[in-house]
Design a protein around this ligand. Structure first.
Ligand SMILES: *Cc1c(COP(=O)(O)O)cnc(C)c1O
Length: 387
């Protein structure tokens, strides 16, 4: 399917709404039913029609069709946040007595689900270095039912061999879930590589304007329908029609935003690589990246996030660099129009800073839609004052 078709036409039945180019926001909680037998059918299977917006909603449905196609998946659910999507998928895939294998350092709140919530229901999690395929086999137990992946992750960009892990999991009947937020569907498609459930937060590139949260889960019709009929409806964590509409709008420009960000990222990378205050940088498609070959093989491209280690003598120096930026904002999240900086040492006191610990000297830059020269000038003026 052509990307242009998916983004501009798929799922949109303009004849049903006055041929309006932009779809309406179906801001309704419930839907009228004319026949008792229709009601009966919907009570038996809410997946099959419009009854109540905690389940199906026409605006959300347009978005679901597009996102499923982008991932080359059969079906999709959209949640109110990325974490809601992960929570529903994990809950649907595990039961008491199960064992989970997760990559070390998954997105922080995911660890919270495994360690604080699931542990109360007798589900145990083993964290492994997912860069080594054999580690999955070493950690496997007879009751391993679920594998949690994130490739690349959003700080060190550690990758997993996706097809390798998928093959291993299929052999042992283990369900795989992958957080694909860093790449998104344009730069990496885990489903055709054999992953069962692909998750992505729409808060980042899909929304693209830092004005809404959303979470995406794609997979086979079977799995998605089961999650819809249980966790999605029971927890009530589906996306609201207005937020779905914002995400449809975000999708219209996804490809052009990501191309722009990709080009700018390389400009900023070149600047940082030549910068004498920078000791080392991390970017999956930088030839010096430890898993460069794997990244080139399984990802179509990379953009946006760059991590780098500065030659700081003190925490204060990093504080002064971050606070001295005039245009690049200090904030969590990424994927929006605005460039952002995040220092790892934010969690430390000044006296806890260890010059010899590279983690303490690590920063993450997100390159947004601004002119790259404008960003480089901002980085340079702040480096100049603090280093
Ligand atoms: C932001 C993020 C999430 C969580 O998404 P929310 O929409 O904030 O709930 C999960 N994984 C990664 C990699 C993220 O960057």
């Amino acid at each position: 399917m052509d990307l242009s078709y998916i983004i501009n036409e798929l799922g949109e039945e303009r004849g049903n709404y006055f041929n309006a180019v932009a779809p309406p926001i179906m801001q309704t909680s419930n839907f009228r039913v004319e026949k008792v037998d229709e009601l009966k059918k919907l009570f038996e299977d809410e997946y099959g029609g419009y009854l109540y917006s905690r389940g199906q909603n026409p605006t959300v449905e347009i978005l679901r069709k597009k996102l499923a196609a982008l991932d080359q998946a059969e079906d999709c659910l959209v949640f109110n946040s990325g974490m809601a999507a992960i929570f529903a998928a994990v809950l649907a895939s595990t039961r008491s007595g199960d064992h989970i294998i997760s990559v070390e350092n998954p997105y922080g709140w995911v660890k919270r689900i495994f360690d604080n919530t699931l542990s109360r229901f007798g589900v145990e999690t083993t964290y492994i270095d997912g860069t080594v395929l054999e580690n999955f086999e070493k950690a496997r137990r007879p009751n391993t039912r679920f594998i949690y992946l994130e490739s690349p992750n959003s700080w060190t960009y550690a990758l997993q061999d996706i097809a390798g892990v998928a093959g291993f999991s299929k052999k042992h009947g283990i369900t795989t879930l992958m957080d694909n937020t860093y790449c998104g569907p344009l730069y990496q498609q885990p489903i055709p590589l054999g992953i069962d459930l692909c998750m992505q937060t729409a808060t980042k590139y899909i929304g693209g304007h830092s004005d809404t949260l959303g979470g995406i889960l794609t997979g086979s019709k079977d799995r998605i329908k089961k999650i819809f009929s249980n966790e999605y409806l029971a927890v009530g964590s589906g996306i609201q029609p207005f937020n779905a509409w914002l995400l449809i709008r975000g999708l219209r420009t996804l490809e052009s935003r990501m191309s722009r960000i990709t080009a700018s990222t390389w400009r900023v990378l070149d600047y940082l690589r030549e910068n004498k205050r920078v000791e080392r940088l991390l970017f999956p498609l930088d030839p010096g990246f430890p898993q460069y070959e794997l990244a080139r093989n399984q990802m179509k491209n990379a953009c946006g996030l760059i991590s780098f280690y500065v030659k700081a003598e003190s925490r204060q120096q990093i504080v002064s660099f971050c606070e001295g930026l005039k245009h690049i904002m200090m904030a969590v999240s990424w994927g929006g129009h605005e460039s952002l900086i995040l220092p790892r040492c934010a969690v430390l006191e000044n006296q806890q800073f260890e010059r010899g610990n590279p983690d303490h000297r690590m920063l993450r830059l997100y390159v947004g839609l601004e002119d790259p020269d404008y960003l480089i000038r901002d980085l340079e003026q702040s480096f100049g004052r603090s280093f």
